[in-house]
Design a protein around this ligand. Structure first.
Ligand code: 5GP
Length: 200
């Protein structure tokens, strides 16, 4: 069987909605998918590890990487740069993995413009009030930062119509199930499987 090349999977959603937990669970359950570890100029949160959660860089380093064309997409979010390494993604797609990007809406727009085949999912909390609860429960940001993140989330929700799927993160288990259903359906698409019909 010809090896199927992987799909680029873009997952967006307001910060605090629980995307990282959902993605971590998803990665445990499926073996043909890998996570693209982003570069950022944001400071590491407690427990975050360089190379696992993010590659942490200074603004200078990041701007140098932009100039060298090393990013598939990059954006500034609440005062920090975030970007996806082009070489890392290309390598994994060639190997047949689905590559999952956890990126905000501006980066997703760039992927939509520059990439001809990607699946776009937007993760939401069951309500906006619940999103605020989750941000406060995380206890990583002060009140001013939380307000900024909520204001940004409102702006991001306006971009939802450009996405293919909306995933509701009421429980992690349900959200993972919904994403898995999408990934399986995408792998079964006719254009992905016509090569299996060669002898007919
Ligand atoms: P956080 O600081 O909470 O880890 O992430 C803030 C936002 O940055 C999240 O919405 C996340 O999806 C987004 N983000 C993380 N990595 C990237 C990236 O490589 N590119 C873009 N455009 N956004 C990213």
């Amino acid at each position: 069987m010809t090896k199927q090349k992987g799909n680029l999977i873009v997952i967006s959603g307001a910060s605090g909605v629980g995307k990282s937990t959902v993605i971590a669970e998803l990665l445990k359950k499926r073996n043909n998918i890998c996570f693209s570890v982003s570069w950022t100029t944001r400071k590491p949160r407690d427990g975050e590890i360089h190379g696992i959660n993010y590659f942490f860089a200074s603004r200078n380093e990041f701007e140098h990487m932009i100039a060298e064309g090393e990013f598939l997409e990059h954006a500034e979010y609440v005062g920090n740069y975030y970007g996806t390494s082009k070489s890392q993604v290309m390598k994994r797609l060639e190997e047949g993995y689905d590559v999952l990007l956890d990126i905000e809406v501006e980066g997703a727009k760039q992927i939509r413009t520059n990439w001809n085949k990607a699946v776009f999912m937007f993760v939401i909390a069951p309500s906006f009030a619940e999103l605020e609860n989750r941000l406060r429960a995380r206890q990583t940001d002060d009140d001013e930062k939380i307000k900024k993140r909520l204001a940004r989330a409102k702006e991001e929700y306006k971009e939802i119509p450009a996405y293919d799927y909306i995933i509701v993160n009421d429980t992690v288990e349900n959200a993972v199930k919904e994403i898995e259903a999408v990934l399986t359906a995408e792998r079964c698409r006719k254009k992905e499987r016509l090569h299996l019909m060669k002898e007919v």
